[in-house]
Ligand binder design. Structure first.
Ligand code: SF4
Length: 182
């Protein structure tokens, strides 16, 4: 099946890499998107699956932050992390992780290659190598990536993951990732 024009390769990326307008106040790096990420995968004929933005969906565009851009990023990220762990946001987060893993399972069922998952380092939800906690950027995963990883483990699925930040040399980091992690 699916012997048509498609590459049968997809990558899952954090929502804000393709849509900077979803990110918390004061943290957007680009007007629209991380072009280097999008260009990299399109040039490699890898389809891009944009994961939902958990914070936008659970806390809204302003994340419930009345101080906006005046809040230091890691302090605000720590507040967001704590808000996302509470009842309703946490339940939505669980459903979101299920929905993402369901898509991965469906692609794998038909032999598609999952090239990887690209998160956003320092994010309390989408960080892969670093996240925010205790008012600092710390090693570890964000809440959504943690839940996705847990579910993938339950399904015995391994997917290479990488986190990026605006300060990275993105093309180089993705190139290294695609060569060494797969
Ligand atoms: S890192 Fe994740 S939670 Fe934060 S804006 Fe991007 S998609 Fe949303």
């Amino acid at each position: 099946m699916f012997h048509d024009g498609r590459s049968k390769k997809v990558v899952f990326i954090a929502h804000c890499l393709l849509n900077q307008n979803s990110i918390s106040d004061g943290t957007a790096v680009y007007p629209a998107a991380f072009r280097d990420v999008i260009d990299y995968f399109l040039n490699a004929d890898i389809g891009i699956v944009q994961m939902p933005c958990p914070e936008f969906c659970c806390l809204g565009l302003d994340r419930g932050n009345i101080h906006g851009i005046d809040s230091p990023v890691v302090v605000e990220n720590t507040r967001i992390r704590s808000a996302m762990k509470s009842g309703s946001p946490n339940e939505k987060l669980e459903r979101m992780a299920d929905y993402i893993v369901q898509q991965i399972i469906e692609y794998k069922k038909y032999g598609f290659e999952i090239a990887g998952m690209v998160g956003a380092n320092r994010s309390p939800n989408c960080g892969v190598e670093t996240t925010s906690d205790n008012n600092a950027e710390v090693n570890g995963m964000g809440l959504l990536i943690e839940k996705i990883s847990h579910r993938l483990l339950q399904e015995s699925i391994q997917i290479p993951m990488i986190g990026i930040k605006g300060t990275d040399n993105i093309q180089e980091k993705l190139q290294r990732f695609m060569v060494t992690e797969r």
